[in-house]
Design a protein around this ligand. Sequence first.
Ligand SMILES: Cc1cc2nc3c(=O)[nH]c(=O)nc-3n(C[C@H](O)[C@H](O)[C@H](O)COP(=O)(O)OP(=O)(O)OC[C@H]3O[C@@H](n4cnc5c(N)ncnc54)[C@H](O)[C@@H]3O)c2cc1C
Length: 455
Amino acid sequence: MVEAPGRRAHADDTVRTCAFVVLWLSLLLVTYWWVADGGVQELGGWATGLTSLGRLTGLLAAVLLLAQVLLMARVPLLEAAYGQDRLARIHRLTGFTSFNLMLAHLVTITWGYAAGELGRTPATLWDLTVDYPGMLLAVAGTVCLCLTVVTSIKAARRRIRYESWHLLHLYAYLGVGLALPHQLWTGQDFLASTSRTVFWWTAWALTAAAILVFRIGMPVWRNARHRLRVTAVVRETDRIVSVYVEGRRLDRLQTEAGQFFSWRFLGRPGWTRANPYSLSAAPDGRSLRITVQEAGDGSAALGGVRPGTRVLVEGPYGRLSARARTTRRIALIGAGVGITPLRALAEGLDYAPGDAVLIQRYTDHQLFRNELQALHRDRGLSLLSLPGHRRGPGSWFGPGPGELDDLQALRHWIPDIAERDVYLCGPDAWTQLVKQTLDAAGLPAERLHLETFKW
Ligand SMILES: Cc1cc2nc3c(=O)[nH]c(=O)nc-3n(C[C@H](O)[C@H](O)[C@H](O)COP(=O)(O)OP(=O)(O)OC[C@H]3O[C@@H](n4cnc5c(N)ncnc54)[C@H](O)[C@@H]3O)c2cc1C
């Protein structure tokens, strides 16, 4: 049965609204408890004010700390509603905010306990650390979180390999876990009433359960159930291969065209590292296909993978799929190997002849040329190829439309572009240029569905 565009997009809207409301209500609730405990009155004195501020910032930091862990717990409802690109952006924002609040908590509460005398703060910090239950663990947790945050600052992140950054980032779990005991053993705001105890234990238990179920349990269960193996590796160009995978009961693997998985190919060096690759063909219940361009060691090794190799996956992830669709007509715009999920969408989405157009940007080699021609012939997919070197750093395509600028050219090719759902995928800088043109063309933000192949 054909799904009405917009049904799931509306449901996702509701999930996003609920998530937003739950987060803000939690922040308001802990602030209310702080006020009810006389937090505002305590602001009247210097030392009591510092301690009071320290308590408030600690409470807010704790809520945001849990929220950011939950955002990356691969909870299917959140994954579907936000998509990983957006979740990662929100995670980054809440992460830095909770970290700053945590530092403010550390400084102000210690300063307050030192009777507001800055010179006594180091000695007080030492006393608090060794005398109070759970504080030594909290300090160790803070060090872990500092490591995570420092390596996530853009300038630092660019200097380290993805795998090293990812490994260090996992220390955040340890940091959050180590911070817990001091809250429950020494924080009066956490235990002052049954409702508070219930609130905090529920929040912690739900977050821990989400991690265990969705990051560990689900992938283990899925891989045991489907037992994926490589069936063929086909070279598309000298730097791009397609890998075909089959497994048991793949009709039960709930995935759709446009989504991606994190992949591990066993039995070769580096199998412990998972790499995200999008499906390049619509899943048919029997097999999956990815198409991968060499970018580093992991992707380059795929050309040498043998049929029969066991494959572990995590996913499916991403909302570059029918789920995000709001209207009948669509435009698919992709560059380079970013065409992979769009190729799958062109096959998997439901559309009438003439309702779907695919713009493919490439320099020399047109990936999936024959397959796209077949979709043009059989499904009425309109095709527009944009080959060659880009005509300048500010433009997202090569020579072709004469004197027209990017916006004029786009409007010339697709006059109703602002009324369509646009699925966009490619390198980050390139997608940003296309996005600017789409914004200028009047495309509403909720109609743009974007994925970049960048961490
Ligand atoms: C959602 C998504 C879907 C993707 N789909 C495809 C696809 O269909 N076809 C394709 O050719 N490429 C795809 N990529 C890019 C691909 O994941 C990277 O090129 C690949 O992981 C590089 O790994 P490597 O070990 O070969 O190189 P490395 O030398 O380890 O990395 C090269 C660069 O790739 C990126 N990268 C490495 N590992 C990861 C990771 N686990 N997560 C995110 N980025 C990483 C980093 O920017 C790194 O600088 C996708 C990326 C994302 C985020």
